[in-house]
Design a protein around this ligand. Structure first.
Ligand code: HH2
Length: 280
């Protein structure tokens, strides 16, 4: 995938090597950084620190999607994230808004967000309309059901085949609506309606998703499946597992790694990429 690019508004991202998307949750209840960056000053400081550490994209969310999280209405999400996105756009940063709401996505693109990251996979027609009406990049993620119930015994016959088919169909619907192919990235949605085995199968089978030809975004950072494997209960202490997951995902074809711990992941990916290039 040496010539892969991702067109995000006026920015063209070079994905010939894996890049890092830093996570910034401006929420009180996100599973690992909830409450840490709720005020704009600490959010800006965190954003700038992640850029310094090598993040190419900052993904900013005003609603937690952890299992069982309470929905946040559009006006509250906009109030939380728009000032941060607008300020970072003035700095020239590439930003992404993490939302399932068309109203929030539209307001944030207008404020300067370069990417719409929809964990609901653009299943809402209004989200497709927003994407078609702007030139932002889009992340189409797979989620089984809704955050409130997605972890209630998720079942698949062949998780990799089913997620790949879903992503292919959702991307085609966006293209039919007028979203250019080079604006679209796909994401298997690690932890979104998946058991530990499903998550492992998806990471191991990422090459099948990458074969669709779209850049693949993957978020394993600090997630529950790392705790299930290692016994580490505190999300912020899952650095080693998160970095291992990011490196394995990149080796299987992921181009964008969505992470909380930017510096360690950037360093690990640089070394892994150098070794993999030598092997090639
Ligand atoms: N994971 C989370 C949120 N958004 N977006 C994409 N594209 N891929 C992911 O894997 C993904 C995502 C969940 O993590 P986090 O934002 O840290 O937590 P919370 O949803 O509790 O705010």
């Amino acid at each position: 995938m040496a010539d892969l690019i991702w067109r995000c508004g006026t920015r063209i991202l070079d994905l010939s090597r894996p890049i890092v998307m830093g996570v910034l949750n401006v929420t009180p209840d996100s599973f690992s950084d909830g409450g840490l960056y709720s005020d704009p000053i600490s959010a800006f400081q965190r954003a700038r620190a992640m850029l310094k550490e090598g993040a190419v994209i900052l993904d900013i969310g005003g609603e937690s999607t952890r299992p069982g999280a309470a929905p946040v209405d559009a006006s509250e999400q906009i109030a939380r994230v728009r000032p941060i996105l607008a300020g970072l756009a003035l700095d020239g940063a590439v930003t992404s808004v993490d939302t399932r709401s068309a109203e929030v996505a539209a307001a944030c693109v207008e404020a300067g967000a370069s990417i719409i990251n929809d964990v609901a996979g653009f299943r809402e027609p209004a989200m497709v309309d927003v994407a078609a009406g702007c030139d932002a990049g889009v992340v189409v993620m797979h989620m089984l059901g809704e955050p409130g119930s997605m972890q209630d015994e998720p079942v698949y016959d062949d998780v990799v085949a089913e997620v790949t088919r879903y992503l292919k169909g959702a991307a085609l619907r966006l293209r039919d609506a007028g979203v250019a192919r080079e604006r679209i990235a796909v994401d298997p949605g690690i932890g979104f309606g998946k058991t530990l085995e499903h998550n492992l199968a998806l990471i191991a089978g990422l090459d099948r998703i990458a074969a669709l030809g779209y850049p693949v975004v993957v978020g394993v950072s600090r997630k529950r499946f790392i705790g299930a494997i290692t016994g580490v209960t505190e999300p912020a202490e899952r650095l080693g597992g998160s970095v291992a997951g990011a490196v394995c995902a990149a080796e299987r074809g992921a181009s964008v790694l969505r992470v909380h711990d930017v510096a360690s992941t950037v360093q690990a990916l640089a070394v892994a990429s150098a070794i993999l290039r030598e092997r090639a």
